[in-house]
Design a protein around this ligand. Sequence first.
Ligand code: AMP
Ligand code: MG
Length: 330
Amino acid sequence: MKKHILGVESTAHTFSVSVVSSDGEILSNTKSIYKPPEGSGIHPFEASQSHIASAPSVLSQALTLSGLQLKDVSAVAFAKGPGLGPCLRVGAVVARTLASSLGIPLVPVNHAVGHIELGCLLTGSKDPVVLLVSGGHTMIIAYAGKRWRILGESLDLTLGQLLDQFGRHHGLSSPCGRAIEEAAAGSNSYLRLPYVVKGNDVSFSGLLTASKQMLDSGKPFTDVSYSIQETAFAMVTEVTERALAFTGKSEVMIVGGVAANRRLSSMMSTMAERHSAKLTASPLEYSGDCGAQIAWTGWLAYNSGITVPVADSEVTQSWRLDGVDILWRS
Ligand code: AMP
Ligand code: MG
C-alpha cells in the first residue's frame, strides 16, 4: 500500500514542508523564504526567527494541499545538515515534535543528497554526473560504491555566493542570481576576468574581487554580469566535462538553485552533446531548497531502514555528502 512521508527543510534561507508518497508523487511543497535586508547576506539568527514565525502556516498549508491528515503520515524526515545551526535546529524541532507526538519514525537526511535524489526523481536520470550549484554547494559528483563521490568542488565561495555577493555589491538583495541573469541577457560585451581552475576544482574569490572592482570603476552592471556568468559557468562546465569523460557516464544533471539559469544550461548542453550525453536540470520549482528534496530522500532512506531516535537527532552543520552511505542504490 502507498505510504506518505513528510519532509522539513530549513538549512538556510528556506523553511519548507512537503508531503511525498512512496511512489514518488509530490503532493505538496510549501515554502517561505527569509529575505535579508538589501545589501546584506543571510543572518543565521534572523533567518531562524523568520522560520519559527512561518513554520505553523507552512506546515498546515503543506498538509492541506496534500489532502492528507497527520494520521496518514508514516514517517517524518528532516534536513540534519549541512547548514546554518540556528536554521537547522528549527526544522529539527518541528520534525522531532511531529515524530514524537504521532509516534512515527524520524529520518535524518543530508541536504545535498536531497538535491541529487529529488533531481533524479524529477528528471528521470538514473546514474548522472551531477553539477550541484547552489547557495551552499558547488560540487561535481558521481555515484560509485554506495556513495555519491565528489570529483571536483569550489575551493572557496560557492557559485551561489559568488553571484549573491556580486549582486549585493551592486545594491541588490539576496538571492541575486535571477537579477544577474536578466542583466546579463542585455549584454554580449565580454570583459576579461580571472578564470581559475586548479586540477578539477574551481576558485571564485579572485573572480568576485575583480568583478566588484569593475563595477567600482564604472563598468556597466549588464556587461560585468554577462562576463561573470560567462567566466564562472565556463569554469564549472570545464570541470564537469572532465568528470564526464573520466567516468564515461551518459547523463549529466544540474541541481541546486543556480540550475534555474538558462545560460548555464545552454553551456552545459553544448558540452554534454560533445560526449553524446543527455543533459537534464531540476525543474525551476524544485531546483532551489525545498521540502520535497528532504521528503523524497527521507522516503528512500526510511525504506532502507534508516531512522534515528529523537534523543540522538542533533543537527550537523558540516556534513559532506561523500560521508553518507547510500543504501538504496546498487
Ligand atoms: P539554493 O541554495 O539551492 O536555494 O539556491 C539559491 C541560489 O541560487 C542563490 O545563490 C541564488 O542567487 C541562485 N539562483 C537562483 N536563481 C538563479 C538564476 N536564475 N541564475 C543564477 N543563480 C540563481
Ligand atoms: Mg541547497
